[in-house]
Design a protein around this ligand. Structure first.
Ligand SMILES: Cc1cc2nc3c(=O)[nH]c(=O)nc-3n(C[C@H](O)[C@H](O)[C@H](O)COP(=O)(O)O)c2cc1C
Length: 388
């Protein structure tokens, strides 16, 4: 008996060209210009279908449409250069993807050792000699030896779903921790434009690393980005009110779709996540505000996940509730044990398939943050003005 092919598709549904383009467009790439010279004429084409092939010997491959003038010139000359574009090279990428008569007009170049033009300002140049060319449908695949490779400082241009963009390097965990702690220490009623250069100096690191951490914190909702600046903003009651209304709308919608339609495994998981939240409130305080925020996030997000809609989950995440809560809460904040009772009653409602109970609890639960804030203020005022 023959072994089944390991590449037997699970789902062999035909994929249209349009579907394929849409899906493969999610594979983000850098952007290059493939340049060559043949019979005294310079050619160049923007290309993202470039891949490293082997490092010993150094080889790469480039896929060029057979209609492309550059493809014909590479085929005939047997040589080309890969110019890796920098993030501010959208104009070059567009120019070399067009059919303008002279793509090189006004573009500074130098000649590579194999005669191909090198675009000045690219962040890398790879000088290549074609080893093999394969015809694949509408395209040639050129397999090439890399004869020389040069790199320069700079950040790459990115291409994702048909649009140009920038690649962000993930911030280092240690820098992110420090910058986040600094933002949280600011308290919830402070308004401050973050002075990146000063923070960098104080942390003893370069400003780029602080900047990458700020980008991540803005995505999380801990700080705001406005006209190129990063701001620590107060968290007024009005924002909490607005965000919690949106949260309630999503959660009640999800409850209507899911209560009574969950599997027993989902209910077990929901209960586990609810129980994980229980240890964080004690004697009217959060024992560990960040721990609470994270456990609470996992529990609530799981409820939303039950609806089975990635779009809904994404919308919910855009409310940036964890960031908002981290800014609003600290170890001195008043924490009501009703939060935990709500969580218990929510899960009981889900387990009983009781939509009315779940909706009622969600409504009360959405009012807790403002109730707790009011109580918190009263307690702080009373502590500051003790009677007697
Ligand atoms: C971001 C981007 C990536 C591209 N990638 C490729 C590619 O990998 N292969 C290709 O044949 N064409 C690609 N193109 C299209 C060519 O750049 C375009 O057809 C160009 O006009 C060809 O020029 P030529 O005929 O002068 O060689 C890309 C275009 C853009 C904007």
């Amino acid at each position: 008996m023959s072994t089944p092919s390991p590449v037997t598709p699970l789902d062999s549904r035909a994929v249209t060209a349009r579907e394929f383009r849409d899906v493969i467009g999610r594979f983000a790439t850098g952007v290059t210009v493939i340049t060559t010279e043949h019979d005294g004429v310079r050619y160049g084409s923007t290309a993202s279908a470039v891949s490293s092939l082997t490092d010993d010997p150094p080889m790469l491959l480039v896929c060029l449409n057979r209609n492309s003038a550059t493809a014909a010139a590479v085929r005939d000359s047997g040589a080309f250069a890969v110019n890796v574009l920098a993030e501010d090279h959208v104009d070059l990428a567009t120019r070399f993807a067009s059919r303008v008569p002279d793509k090189y007009e006004g573009v500074p170049t130098e000649a590579a050792s194999n005669g191909s033009p090198l675009l000045v300002g690219a962040i890398a140049h790879l000088i290549c000699r074609v080893a093999e060319q394969v015809e694949a449908g509408t395209h040639y695949v050129f397999l090439a030896h890399v004869e020389e490779a040069m790199s320069y400082p700079g950040h790459p241009l990115a291409y994702f779903r048909g649009r140009f963009g920038r690649m962000e390097t993930a911030p280092e965990a240690s820098v992110l921790r420090e910058v986040r702690a600094r933002v949280l220490d600011a308290g919830s009623d402070v308004e401050e434009v973050i002075d990146t250069a000063r923070w960098a100096e104080e942390f003893g690191i370069d400003a780029g690393r602080v900047h990458r951490a700020l980008v991540a914190l803005a995505d999380e909702g801990l700080i705001r980005r406005q006209s190129g600046e990063y701001l620590i903003t107060p968290v007024p009651d009005s924002i909490i009110d607005e965000v919690y209304k949106a949260k309630l709308a999503i959660e009640t919608g999800v409850a209507e779709l899911t209560v009574g339609h969950t599997t027993s495994e989902q209910l077990v998981r929901l209960r586990e996540l609810m129980e994980d939240t229980l240890g964080f409130v004690k004697d009217g305080r959060f024992t560990d505000p960040e721990g609470w925020v994270r456990a609470n996030e996992r529990f609530h997000e799981y409820m939303v996940e039950l609806a089975g809609s990635a779009i809904l989950l994404d919308t919910y995440r855009r409310l940036c509730l964890p960031g908002l809560n981290l800014r609003a809460l600290d170890t001195a904040s008043y924490a009501s044990s009703s939060l935990l009772d709500d969580h218990r009653r929510l899960v009981e409602g889900y387990e009983a398939g009781d939509l009315t109970q779940v909706l009622a609890v969600l409504l009360q639960h959405a009012q807790r943050p403002l109730e707790m804030r009011r109580e918190d203020r009263l307690r702080r005022t009373a502590d500051a003005n003790p009677v007697g």
